[in-house]
Design a protein around this ligand. Structure first.
Ligand code: SIN
Ligand code: CO
Length: 398
């Protein structure tokens, strides 16, 4: 795992999380000493021709955008200045890039979004903007200048340019020139504007948080799933008072409102529902990053019969996994699906949520002989992660 100079001790990481994370920019000069780019501009161009990679080109004084996939001719025809080629989720194609994410292991993995790589020719820029994500900009080969602007909010005036939002009035506060191995951390909403001084590669390690708009949508859907038609609004006894000589007014009374508030506040304080909402939102994979459908869903008997063939399990680079433990009950969220696992071994949950490879011996240790209840849930978890394409069985090489 790469060591980040400047964030290389627990104390420094704590101080970063307390004073900078989601609050203010931080330059980490030479954070990755001896950083060697895991890919070059040609590799990136190769990815930009692929159907399942999400790529775009931004060029010229107006930051014109074109979306991929691109033909070789289009890429070769790009001007040799004032253009940027960007590819999202490059770790799906170049798994070594996940090492960069691992450098930030003091941030929970369920916040991780992806690693975007950009190649800019001199003068290349995507324009002044802000992101809703926390991002660590890791400078690869070449130099790029980053202007840092104001903290933006919903009132910041922006203009739409080919689907991307550019800030109308960028108010520069700082400027840093990054060279290979430097890292610049930017919190969400902070205006920034990167301009390549020379041909350069930048790796953006992004971390996401759901908006409350998204959250409420998912929460309402999950709550709906657990409510029945029988659970209905009921007014408190005595709310409707018939008046002498007439009916009641068609008014939604304070008592009616208080009753709804009481019922909904119970749902709002349902921690399992809140954990499920967050876990499902954060582990859902975008359409373009869905793993191929898994048709082979082996049960434990298959593992037992094929012991000799299996070297272990390998995690897919796009897999999204996390868990919650509410009232002692573990729920695992895996690529947008949840499973409650009573009695599961917490170590097994940790292994499948955190690691990249599981040895066959670890697999057996957790799924072969533990007590019945634990064994059932451990195997159930194994089935879930394989069925969802998050982990794959790796066989010995012949
Ligand atoms: C870039 O890599 O040039 C753009 C990244 C960003 O500003 O978010
Ligand atoms: Co940005």
């Amino acid at each position: 795992m790469p060591v980040l100079h400047g964030l290389d001790s627990r104390q420094k990481q704590q101080a970063f999380l307390r004073d900078f994370w989601q609050q203010q920019a931080l330059l980490l000069p030479a954070a990755l000493r001896d950083f060697d780019d895991p890919l070059d501009a040609n590799d990136l161009a190769g990815l930009a021709t692929m159907e399942d990679a999400c790529s775009r080109i931004v060029y010229g004084p107006d930051f014109t955008v074109e979306h991929g996939p691109f033909t070789d001719d289009r890429l070769l025809g790009l001007p040799d200045s004032h253009s940027t080629l960007l590819v999202q989720a490059v770790e799906d194609f170049v798994p070594e890039l996940l090492e960069l994410r691992d450098a930030f292991s003091f941030i929970p993995a369920w916040r991780f979004e992806d690693i975007m790589v950009s190649f800019a020719t001199p003068g290349g820029s995507v324009g002044p903007h802000y992101d809703h994500y926390d991002v660590f900009l890791i400078q690869g080969v070449g130099c790029r200048r980053w202007k840092i602007g104001q903290q933006c909010d919903q009132k910041t005036a922006v203009r739409q340019v080919d689907g991307q939002q550019l800030i109308n009035q960028f108010s520069q506060q700082q400027e840093y020139t990054l060279s290979q191995g430097d890292i610049l951390y930017l919190p969400p909403g902070l205006a920034h504007w990167g301009i390549a001084d020379e041909a350069s590669l930048t790796y953006s390690v992004g971390f996401r948080a759901p908006s409350y708009r998204e959250f409420i949508g998912e929460w309402a859907y999950q709550a709906e799933q657990q409510l029945s038609e029988w659970q209905r609004f009921q007014c408190s006894p005595g709310t409707y008072q018939a008046h002498s000589g007439g009916g009641v007014k068609s008014i939604i009374s304070e008592q009616d409102i208080a009753r709804i508030s009481h019922e909904l506040s119970q749902l709002c304080s349902d921690h399992q529902l809140l954990a499920d909402t967050l876990g499902l939102l954060q582990t859902e994979l975008p359409e373009q990053r869905q793993p191929p459908a898994v048709n082979f869903r082996p049960d434990w008997q298959w593992f037992e019969e094929n012991q000799a063939l299996i070297s272990g399990l390998r995690r897919s680079t796009s897999a999204r996994l996390c868990y919650a433990c509410v009232g002692g009950l573990h729920t695992v969220y895996c690529n947008g699906e949840k499973r409650q696992l009573p009695g599961v071994d917490p170590d097994w949950v940790d292994i499948l949520c955190e690691s990249k490879f599981v040895q066959n011996s670890q697999l057996r240790e957790h799924c072969e002989n533990p007590a019945e209840r634990q064994c059932h849930s451990n195997r159930e978890l194994l089935r879930l992660v394989i069925a969802n394409g998050a982990w794959e069985i790796e066989e010995h090489e012949l």
